[in-house]
Design a protein around this ligand. Structure first.
Ligand code: K1U
Ligand code: ZN
Length: 173
């Protein structure tokens, strides 16, 4: 089990586009295991590989509230259908620590992806799962939820996070 460091805004690395995976092999499975451990430790309900500094198209999600874990692994996820109707959720992001905002997104989506074993799958998601999948797929395109806010709100958040980072850098030398 390895808990990896989560990159935080502002970090230009988070803004790059992630690349498709050719084969789901043990190296990729090891990365997915680490991502899940990192997400549970944070704690969070989703994580994209780019958030731990790996620009590959992989996301992990677990929305289970009970003791029993129910991880979902998505390699090369592709949204093939989005509903016309929207839902609003208060979103957070492990790469935008301490910040939350209500974001509107399609309330349903169908997604094609490869699973943990490299098998082609399709999921019909709705509610929080649909929101979380879209939030994580945005990460693979270099998009953060704060990009949907007004310039004023986004700039305020980015400035605040920059200041926090500078303070932390001075403490942790
Ligand atoms: O950084 C991330 O992408 C993870 C993010 C996912 C997400 C949250 C809410 C809406 C859409 C996507 C988080 O997990 S933020 C933390 C969080 O939501 C949470 C943490 C502990 C318990 C329950 C939720
Ligand atoms: Zn996020």
């Amino acid at each position: 089990m390895t808990i990896r460091k989560i990159l935080t805004e502002p970090d230009p690395f988070l803004r790059q586009k992630s690349k498709d995976i050719e084969i789901v092999d043990n190296e990729i499975r090891n990365l997915m295991d680490d991502m899940l451990d990192t997400m549970y430790a944070a704690p969070g309900i989703g994580l994209a590989a780019i958030q731990v500094g790996i620009p590959k198209r992989i996301i992990v999600i677990d929305l289970s509230k009970e003791e029993e874990k129910k991880p979902l692994y998505f390699v090369n996820p592709k949204i093939i259908l989005k509903s016309d109707s929207n839902a609003t959720y208060e979103e957070g992001c492990l790469s935008v620590p301490g910040q939350f905002a209500e974001i509107d997104r399609p309330d349903k989506c169908h997604v094609n992806y490869l699973d943990y074993n490299g098998k082609q799958q399709e999921i019909k998601a709705e509610g929080l799962l649909a929101t979380c999948i879209q939030h994580e797929i945005d990460h693979l395109e270099g998009i953060l939820f704060i990009d949907y806010l007004s310039k004023l709100k986004k700039n305020y958040i980015v400035k605040k996070l920059s200041k926090q980072k500078k303070i932390l850098e001075r403490i942790v030398v």
